[in-house]
Design a protein. Structure first.
Length: 219
């Protein structure tokens, strides 16, 4: 999973600068420390070696804006690892994806900064989906390749898709969940998106908002 996320991290660094890499590294380190500290305190076996905390660290960084202060990201890491993952029994026992839970917590606690999305030219702007919602248009190619505003790891649908295909080839995941996840979303966009059977609109929606990240790496 970590290998599959590397292409998206590379494009994030290319578009957003070194801060994207630093934020991801800090998030991974914080998650590993919180997991080690919790299990040490409760005299449980050390589980850092399975790298599941590192995956949570990368995913949480990926669903946050690159401008989010590091200390806020660390608070999200604590909530994800200690509250959502470890207090419910550890890997496989949590009631939802820890990274998504961490994002929800940060969105509630720091709504302003969590919705401040810089574009590739470092100017804060509306996300592509917000533009579409307000009746605007977006370039499908920009959204597919990543030349848009958004969180660290969601901007390039192409590289998220590449990582997902890698997971499928390595048999880490099966095709049913991501395909059904994306397919049902597409059907609902056609029925209730307000644009009917507009292929370009539906594809833009699929390429935005971290849908690929959720489909392949969280669902």
């Amino acid at each position: 999973v970590l290998v599959a996320l590397v292409p998206s991290l590379c494009v994030a660094v290319f578009f957003f600068g070194l801060r994207a890499l630093i934020a991801t590294a800090i998030s991974v380190a914080a998650c590993e420390v919180f997991e080690w500290g919790y299990r040490k305190l409760l005299h449980k076996t050390n589980t850092n070696g399975d790298l599941s905390a590192a995956v949570t660290g990368v995913l949480l960084a990926f669903v946050c804006p690159v401008t989010l202060p590091y200390w806020m990201l660390i608070i999200g890491d604590f909530f994800a690892i200690v509250v959502v993952k470890q207090l419910f029994g550890g890997i496989g026992q949590n009631f939802m994806n820890p990274a998504l839970a961490g994002r929800c917590f940060l969105l509630i606690a720091f709504a302003g900064l969590m919705t401040n999305f810089p574009s590739v030219d470092a100017v804060s702007t509306a996300t592509p989906l917000a533009v579409l919602k307000n009746g605007g248009t977006q370039s499908l190619s920009d959204m597919f390749f990543g030349f848009t505003s958004g969180t660290i790891g969601e901007v390039s649908a192409l590289l998220l898709l590449a990582g997902g295909i890698y997971l499928l080839v390595k048999k880490v995941i099966t095709w049913e969940i991501p395909v059904i996840y994306i397919g049902v979303f597409a059907v609902f966009m056609i029925l209730f998106g307000g644009h009917g059977f507009d292929v370009n609109y539906v594809l833009c929606e699929i390429c935005g908002g971290g849908l690929m990240l959720g489909a392949f790496f969280m669902a």
